[in-house]
Design a protein around this ligand. Structure first.
Ligand code: SF4
Length: 226
């Protein structure tokens, strides 16, 4: 870990992102709901799928199956028809299975915590953290490809993100960064920042809020910035 992760840098990073997010975020329908079912649907659909491609599928699913019970009760071939064209068809089958599990084992209610959500088939650490923070404001940090990249660049971490030991390093860092007062906003912000500003190729460093704010504090912030 470098000097970038100093006690001063942590709150600074969160506040820079939280300032940036409302002015730059894309207006997406799953950001207007606290319903864990709708949030879960969006997360399943967006796995390995671009937002532009997944958006009409999300709107179709929440309209056709407004509740997890309705999705669970639908015939599998009908669910697969709605999924047609999105690819990775095992996702649709697993999604249908999870809907049935929520209905049969949890009375149609998504578990109300990160730990509880991990009991669902096909819900891993990332999805559980996303639902728990977006729906319940639980202070648990998400780690996806965008978050790994942003943290690695800003905090100068060179560890291989595919290694299990590295995941722990990133998770610990993200857990210290996420503010108790706004965990949902912070998780959304860091993922959006990675998706549209700190992109894999040609990040927009010139107008980076981290860099600009760091200069005000006379701090060297992001070493990955060209
Ligand atoms: S300065 Fe560039 S590389 Fe660093 S966080 Fe900002 S956009 Fe990403």
């Amino acid at each position: 870990m470098t000097s970038h992760s100093s006690a001063l840098a942590h709150p600074f990073f969160a506040s820079a992102l939280l300032n940036w997010y409302p002015r730059h975020r894309r207006d997406l329908p799953w950001r207007h709901t606290r319903d864990p079912y709708a949030i879960w649907l969006s997360e399943v659909i967006l796995q390995q799928t671009r937002v532009k491609q997944g958006l009409p599928y999300y709107l179709d699913f929440v309209t056709t199956y407004p509740t997890v019970q309705q999705l669970a009760a639908a015939p599998e071939d009908e669910v697969m028809r709605h999924w047609q064209g999105l690819g990775y068809y095992s996702r649709a089958r697993n999604m249908h299975h999870t809907a049935k599990q929520v209905t049969s084992e949890f009375g149609g209610q998504f578990p109300g915590s990160y730990a509880g959500l991990l009991q669902l088939k096909g819900v891993g650490q990332y999805t559980a953290a996303a639902i728990a923070s977006f729906a319940y404001d639980e202070q648990v940090a998400v780690l996806d490809g965008n978050v790994y990249r942003v943290l690695a660049r800003v905090f100068g971490i060179s560890a291989d993100i595919a290694a299990p030991a590295s995941r722990k390093v990133f998770q610990q860092l993200a857990d210290t960064l996420i503010p108790a007062a706004s965990p949902a906003e912070f998780n959304q912000a860091i993922m959006e920042f990675g998706a549209i500003q700190c992109t894999p190729v040609k990040p927009d460093c010139l107008f980076c809020p981290c860099k600009v704010n760091a200069l005000l504090f006379s701090m060297v912030w992001c070493r990955s910035c060209p």
